[in-house]
Every structure is written in structure tokens, then in C-alpha cells.
Design a protein around this ligand. Structure first.
Ligand code: COA
Length: 180
């Protein structure tokens, strides 16, 4: 059966994850990462990274970690997007030492271009402010043009670069920042 197209105004709910969401989050996170990067990366590095980053226990640990906030977008009882914020080391090119990292931000491919990402970004900004941050930073792969265009549209600017180890492959990420 062909996919039914989703409407732009399909009702969605955005909420904080709980431990009961670990399995569904692990599935969404693994799938969206693979969908985004498999075609442009070595399968060996992809397999290494997926094994290290995703799994029910791993996502359960992240949900329980007080330094990480996991936001979920649900529609019709299923997860369609998620974002994670964390307090971690801030790169040298980010001058605000209290900046919060937008660590992960992924929307299911069927929902791209339908406004979900903008709504999730508003919740991310609210949550980061609630946690006392005044700056948000993120790393985005130099070859991920769609995500860079989206972040620019949301007001992020390029502050520098850093290396992200993808499996065995050291890749260059653009570091982008925005004020809250
Ligand atoms: C990044 C992401 C959250 C953005 O959400 P989205 O719904 O796709 O965002 P939008 O469609 O509103 O904006 C994307 C912009 O990129 C543009 N774009 C689309 N494909 C592009 C491409 N190949 N190169 C450059 N820009 C592109 C779109 O035209 C749009 O800009 P516009 O509104 O000015 O026309 C979503 O695409 C996603 O989840 N991607 C996969 C996961 C990912 O890359 N996450 C970020 C990791 S750092």
C-alpha cells in the first residue's frame, strides 16, 4: 500500500521522554540516523557507530541522565521526531561557557518539509531557556546541506569547526550557535 501523505497540520504532541519510551526512541533514533547518513558513508563505519550509539539500554540511560533532556514528537500514538539537549563540554569556538548543546535533532523522513522541525525547535529553545542557557550550540556534518539550511533558517550562525569521529572516520562538523 502506498504511503498516505501527511498533512502539514496533522496534530502532533511534543513531550519529554520517560523510561517507557526507550525502545521506541532507540528504533526511531537508529532508523533516522541510518536514513540520513547511510548513502554517504562507509557501511563499516555506519555499523560501528550504530552499535555504539543506539539500543534500548543506551537510550534508557540517556533518558534517565539529568544532564540530558529528550523531547519526543508524537502523532497518532507513534514517534515521528526527537531532539536531545545536553550539558557537556563546549567547543573552544563557542565563547559562552554555559552554552547548551543541541546534541541530536531528527525528524522521520516522511515528515520533512512539513513544519514539524520548526515546532520541535521552538520546544528545544523553550527547554534550553528553562534550564538557564543563553546560547545553544550544535555540530552539523559539513556535507549535511539540508540540516545546515534548516539551522540557518532558525537563526543559527557558523562559529567554527570541530571533528566528529564517525566509526573510524574523523569527519568535519560545522559548529553553529544561536542566542536564546
Ligand atoms: C534537518 C531536519 C530536522 C530539517 O527539517 P525539515 O522539515 O527537513 O526542514 P525544512 O524543510 O523546513 O527546511 C530545510 C531547508 O533545506 C532546504 N533543502 C532541502 N534539501 C536541501 C539540500 N539537498 N541542500 C540544501 N538545502 C536543502 C529546503 O529547501 C529548506 O529550506 P527552505 O525552507 O528555505 O526552502 C530534517 O531534514 C531531518 O531530520 N533530517 C535528517 C536528520 C538530520 O540531518 N538531522 C540533523 C543532524 S545535525
Amino acid at each position: 500500500m502506498p504511503d498516505v501523505p501527511f498533512g502539514y497540520d496533522q496534530p502532533v504532541t511534543i513531550r519529554t521522554a520517560t523510561e517507557r519510551d526507550a525502545a521506541a526512541l532507540a528504533e526511531l533514533a537508529r532508523r533516522t540516523f541510518h536514513d540520513t547518513f547511510a548513502a554517504t558513508n562507509n557501511p563499516h563505519d555506519m555499523a560501528l557507530y550504530l552499535a555504539q550509539a543506539y539500543g534500548v539500554e543506551q537510550q534508557a540511560r540517556e533518558i534517565a541522565d539529568p544532564d540530558i533532556t529528550t523531547l519526543l514528537v508524537e502523532s497518532d500514538g507513534g514517534l515521528v521526531a526527537y531532539a536531545q539537549l545536553r550539558n557537556d563540554q563546549v567547543p573552544a569556538c563557542v565563547t559562552d561557557p554555559g552554552a547548551m548543546e543541541l546534541w541530536r535533532f531528527y525528524v522521520d523522513a516522511r515528515w520533512h518539509g512539513r513544519g514539524i522541525a520548526q515546532r520541535l525547535m521552538e520546544s528545544v529553545r523553550d527547554e534550553a531557556r528553562r534550564r538557564g542557557a543563553r546560547t545553544l550550540w550544535l555540530g552539523v556534518w559539513e556535507r549535511n546541506a539540508r540540516a545546515q539550511a534548516f539551522y540557518k533558517k532558525c537563526g543559527f550562525t557558523h562559529a567554527g569547526d570541530h571533528i566528529f569521529l564517525f566509526g573510524t572516520d574523523p569527519q568535519t562538523d560545522l559548529v553553529m550557535i544561536t542566542s536564546l
